[in-house]
Ligand binder design. Structure first.
Ligand SMILES: Cc1cc2nc3c(=O)[nH]c(=O)nc-3n(C[C@H](O)[C@H](O)[C@H](O)COP(=O)(O)OP(=O)(O)OC[C@H]3O[C@@H](n4cnc5c(N)ncnc54)[C@H](O)[C@@H]3O)c2cc1C
Length: 329
C-alpha cells in the first residue's frame, strides 16, 4: 500500500493515523508541541444538538461510523478508552419535555432520543453517544504507532519539508501555528474552558449529565465540567470569568461540595460555515488539509478520515460541503 505523511498529533491526526494503519499504509507521523484543543477536550461524541434538539449534519452516518471505529480501535489498542456512555439531558421546563416527546416520535430521531427519566428532576436520555478519554488514548496511539511506523517529534515546515510526498496537515488551530493552506477568514476559532473537579457524594458517577454544562465522570469522584465558548481573547489561558461561569452553572445541577483540581483552556479549530475542511492544497502536489473539526472531532474524524484516504488514494470525490475548495470559489 502507499506511503502517507501525517502532520499533527491531536485527535484528528491520531484518528487519521489509525485509519491509515488499518488500511495498510506505511506512515511517517510528525508531531510537534502538545496537542492543544485535544489536550483539554472532554471527548464526548453525541450527534444531537441539545440546545435546539436538532441533529448534526449526517448524524446517523457519523455516529454509526464512530461507534464502529472506536470498537475496532479498542480491539487494536487492547484498551477501552472509548466507550458508549449514557448522557442524560436535564429539562427544567414542561415545554422542553413536550418537545422531547414530540421529537422522539419523529422517524429521524428515534435512533437518537431515548426515554425520559425522573419526576422531580426530569432527564431525556440520549442514544448513539459515547466518550473517548482523550489524554490516555492519545498516549496509547502514539506508543502503538511508534512500534509500527515512523514517528517524528519535530515541527513540519512547508518551506523545508514539502517534497511531493503525500502529506496531510492535521494541525488544528493554535496561536503559535496557524493552519497552512486554509484562508484565514475561513476559520472561526472558539476558545473553550473546562474544569476538573472532585465532587464528593455526587449521585451520577456512571453517566454524563447535561444541563447548561456537561458533568462527565472520570472515576474516583473526579468529574470534568465544561465547556465555555468565547472569542476574545483567543488564547490558551484559563480565566476567572470562565471558571465562575462553569461553577455557576454547575451549582444549578449539584448543590454539594466542589473541590477544584484543574482548570484548562484551548481554542477549538472551528470554521465559519460550521463544516470541517478537507482537500488538496492548490499548487502543492500531494499536500492535503484535514482540519476544522470545531467542537466535535471525536464524532467527525472517524468518518472523515475514511473520506480523506478514499479521496487521496482512490480519487473518490469529497462531499462538496467539506471541500477546502469552497473557500476559493
Ligand atoms: C474546552 C473544550 C472542550 C471540548 N470538548 C470536546 C468534546 O467533548 N468532544 C469533542 O469531540 N471535541 C471537543 N472539543 C473540541 C476538540 O478539542 C477539537 O475538535 C479537537 O481537539 C481538534 O483536534 P485537532 O487534532 O484537529 O487539533 P489540535 O488538538 O489542535 O491538534 C493539532 C496538533 O498539531 C500540531 N501541529 C501544528 N502544526 C504543526 C506542525 N507544523 N508540525 C507538527 N505538528 C503540528 C499541534 O501542536 C497540535 O498538537 C473541545 C474543545 C475544547 C477547547
Amino acid at each position: 500500500m502507499a506511503h502517507i505523511r501525517i502532520i499533527g498529533g491531536g485527535i484528528s491526526g491520531s484518528i487519521l493515523a489509525l485509519r491509515a494503519h488499518m488500511s495498510g499504509h506505511s506512515i511517517d507521523w510528525w508531531k510537534y508541541g502538545r496537542p492543544s484543543a485535544s489536550l483539554v477536550a472532554s471527548g464526548i461524541y453525541n450527534p444531537t444538538v441539545l440546545k435546539r434538539l436538532k441533529l448534526v449534519w449526517r448524524a446517523a452516518e457519523l455516529a454509526r461510523c464512530a461507534e464502529e471505529f472506536y470498537a475496532n480501535t479498542n480491539a487494536l489498542l487492547e484498551s477501552e478508552w472509548a466507550a458508549p456512555i449514557p448522557i442524560w439531558h436535564r429539562m427544567q421546563e414542561k415545554g422542553k419535555v413536550n418537545d422531547w416527546e414530540a421529537r422522539s416520535a419523529d422517524a429521524g430521531f428515534t435512533e437518537f432520543l431515548g426515554p425520559i427519566h425522573g419526576k422531580k428532576e426530569v432527564y431525556g436520555e440520549l442514544k448513539m453517544a459515547g466518550r473517548l478519554l482523550v489524554m490516555p488514548w492519545l498516549n496509547e496511539v502514539e506508543q502503538f504507532m511508534a512500534q509500527r511506523h515512523r514517528v517524528v517529534n519535530q515541527r513540519w515546515r512547508v518551506d523545508e519539508h514539502l517534497d511531493g510526498t503525500t502529506t496531510v496537515l492535521c494541525t488544528g488551530w493554535k496561536k503559535d501555528s496557524l493552519p497552512y493552506g486554509i484562508p484565514e477568514n475561513a476559520m472561526a476559532p472558539v476558545k473553550g474552558e473546562v474544569l476538573t473537579l472532585r465532587l464528593p457524594g455526587y449521585p451520577h458517577p456512571e453517566k454524563i449529565i447535561h444541563g447548561g454544562v456537561f458533568i462527565m465522570p472520570l472515576g474516583n469522584e473526579l468529574f470534568k465540567v465544561g465547556a465555555t465558548y468565547s472569542w476574545d481573547p483567543l488564547d490558551e489561558r484559563p480565566s476567572d470569568q470562565g471558571r465562575d461561569w462553569l461553577l455557576d452553572r454547575l451549582a444549578k445541577l449539584w448543590p454539594g461540595p466542589v473541590e477544584q483540581v484543574r482548570h484548562e483552556a484551548a481554542v477549538r479549530p472551528a470554521v465559519r460555515d460550521r463544516k470541517p475542511i478537507l482537500g488538496a492544497v492548490e499548487g502543492h502536489k500531494g499536500l492535503y488539509i484535514f482540519n476544522g473539526m470545531g467542537s466535535r472531532a471525536t464524532l467527525l474524524a472517524p468518518l472523515l478520515s475514511e473520506w480523506m484516504l478514499d479521496h487521496i488514494f482512490r480519487s473518490i470525490p469529497l462531499p462538496p460541503e467539506v471541500e477546502l475548495r469552497r473557500f476559493f470559489e
